[in-house]
Ligand binder design. Sequence first.
Ligand SMILES: [Zn+2]
Ligand SMILES: [Zn+2]
Length: 400
Amino acid sequence: MCRAKYEKCVGITEIEPEYVEIALWCLFMLYKRSHLLSSIILLRITFTIVSQRVMRAAIFHQYQGDINIHNVSDPSPKSHGVVIKVGATGLCRSDWHGWMGHDSDIILPHVPGHELAGTIVALGEGIKNFKIGDRVTVPFVCGCGTCEQCNSGNHQVCDHQSQPGFTHWGSFAEYVALDFADTNLVKIPNEINDVTAATLGCRFITSYRAIVAQGQVTEGQYVAIHGCGGVGLSAIMIAHALGAQVIAIDIKEETLVLAKELGAIHTINASHHNHIIDQVKDLTKGGAHVSVDALGSPQTCFNSIANLRKRGKHIQVGLMVGGHEETKIPMEKVIANELEIIGSHGMQAHKYPEMLDMIVSGKLHPEKLIEKTINLEEATRALPNMNKFESTGVLVINSF
Ligand SMILES: [Zn+2]
Ligand SMILES: [Zn+2]
């Protein structure tokens, strides 16, 4: 019998098929009146099964297939890791890419979820900086702490990175295991609740790094944001907090209303306008200083580069997957205008404190990005629909 069928039968992934075979043998021996030995073995099997700690988790067994809630064994920490009781976890388009089969790191069956906040409930023996009961979050890229990239402070591009919800089971569950915890965990200040902290781990930190570190946006600069999902809205808020003049571009009117509330000075509805590049250049008196493709599509990537002023910076944050990996770029403009094309891939844990300070002091309000909180069952239905862009803002699971 396959592993998946066992899960459906008994609700536990870790029950080995041999247990069932031995139990059947015992029943046969009982029938044959070898009572004592068979009873002892049956009791032992029962104890083993009952003593397995289980948790609820959202699992898919095939790409683009149903996502169902199962009881599965809860995780144990590695020596360098911890187990978190998940308090809240965000739904991100990267989870949708994973479910679609766009991420080669995923091994089926799989539990998605990588934007999380919660409380440490188990520690590996090597953990020095954290204790049980600490409330923590984590960047979706967990660096190993020892490779060339980590040694240079760039854990976000670690050579041996692990990513909850991609390289191992994620946080659409009551508990999640995290690796290299001393390097990657971030304590959550008391002023920030779990639901808000769960918005930080992927989209918000990637946008923060895109605007602050990669774009080096300064007061008064023009910043164009193409695509106003979670990443784009975060980037608008962060650029506005730095004093930039933000132009927001999207195809949905409600999203553009929210973009204005978060600080955009102009909005462009791309479904009504064909000449986005010219529009941005007009509104920014010659082109944006920094422009972000926050969606990840050939069109938004091209527009974001082509609407830059001379020596402007394009930051690619939206994932280019599903056949768009090698997209068209206006390279003659890149050369003639000395444009820069830069990626942004998460943010290192050691850079969180400056961002958390801005949240605690009221300069940034990630909670404004949250459309609503949902439960785990609702998430199993919401995730496959993420590409329909029905939500305006971020969905966060806070009931498991
Ligand atoms: Zn590393
Ligand atoms: Zn994400």
